[in-house]
Design a protein around this ligand. Structure first.
Ligand SMILES: [Zn+2]
Length: 346
């Protein structure tokens, strides 16, 4: 199949460890972060305190953002394999046979739900998966997609050419883009890990509490950053419609030529309409997303005279060592990029 990834690297289980170390240096108390030893299996009795333990359980996370959250809560007790790695697009993903084997061995699997992983049901079936499946968006504040009939402000985004071939109903799957929702994800992850590994529950709860504090600080910082910008100026263009939750939480308007899934192509009519809208509303900030083909957004930039203000991370983290290699760093990167672009052009 054309989309079939040759991407074994997505399975690296220690992919974000370097970034976690960096995150510790940024003054957040993260609790015990692993100095992970990959294959060593020390005998428990003889091991000195400083020797990293072998993971107690194996977990699978469907995509990189979720993988980071599971690692934050799981710490060194949990080996986390990520199916859709940094830079890859979960909307159009196709799992490999190797990944089916990884899934089959896991005790707990975390997905986003809300139709984001249209390939998940097939994968679980082919892997004959018997472990716990945690849908991490459960209980989050879920928004509907705005396809046709919304009568909110005309600046709100449309999704021209978007069609629902995947079974995601009308819910917008990108719920993690609001930090209060991420806190709900962390609750679900903690419960899932406790269910799969009762002996580690104290440790998971402790990690989750420290991480949740970090997320609350993050949320407050994002609100403060946007608070400095008048609401009328908070308008940006992105390639696909992934920021509905961020938009609502922080009162920003996002316009995009592509719908909530990258599966559908933007129509010429939709693009022309967006170009008119950008000119009429005097939108100043235009961004490409790292998972999307930049060509369309570049075309819109040429037609409107709005220059690209950089990259946003929507559905994937950056590779380890990049500016968005954890959830917290991703939200900070996006917020700095967005507010910076708008303030410069004021
Ligand atoms: Zn998306």
């Amino acid at each position: 199949m054309p989309n079939h990834p040759v991407r074994q690297t997505a399975l690296r289980r220690t992919a974000t460890l370097a970034s976690l170390t960096t995150a510790v240096a940024t003054a957040f108390a993260l609790g015990a972060l692993p100095g992970h030893a990959a294959a060593a299996a020390p005998t428990a009795a003889a091991a000195p305190a400083a020797t990293p333990k072998a993971p107690a359980i194996q977990a699978v996370a469907s995509f990189s953002i979720l993988g980071d959250m599971v690692r934050q809560v799981g710490g060194e007790r949990v080996q986390v394999d990520v199916l859709v790695g940094p830079g890859a697009d979960a909307h159009v993903y196709q799992p490999t046979p190797t990944q089916a084997k990884t899934v089959a061995k896991a005790q707990v699997l975390f997905s986003n739900g809300l139709g984001f992983e249209g390939w998940m049901a097939r994968l679980l079936k082919s892997a004959n998966y018997k472990g716990t499946h945690v849908v991490t968006s459960l209980g989050a504040d879920v928004q509907e997609t705005e396809d046709d009939d919304h009568d909110a402000k005309p600046g709100a985004k449309k999704a021209p050419g978007h069609d629902h071939k995947h079974d995601h109903g009308k819910s917008d799957p990108h719920a993690w883009q609001s930090v209060p929702n991420a806190i709900v994800y962390v609750k679900n992850i903690t419960k899932g890990l406790c269910d799969a590994d009762a002996a580690g529950c104290d440790s998971y709860q402790k990690n989750a509490a420290a991480y949740t504090e970090q997320l609350k600080t993050l949320d407050a910082d994002v609100r403060a950053a946007w608070g400095a910008i008048p609401k009328a100026q908070r308008k940006v263009i992105t390639s696909h419609d992934a920021f509905g939750y961020y938009a609502k939480a922080y009162e920003v308007t996002f316009l995009s030529p592509q719908g909530v899934s990258t599966e559908s192509e933007a129509s010429a009519k939709g693009v022309a309409k967006l170009v008119r809208q950008i000119k009429a509303e005097n939108v100043k900030a235009l961004f490409v997303e790292t998972i999307s083909n930049p060509r369309l957004i570049e075309q819109i930039g040429r037609e409107t005279g709005v220059r690209s203000a950089g990259e946003l991370f929507s559905d994937s983290l950056s590779k380890a060592g990049g500016s968005a290699d954890s959830y917290v760093k991703m939200i900070r990167h996006n917020t700095t990029a967005l507010t910076g672009a708008i303030q410069i052009k004021k």
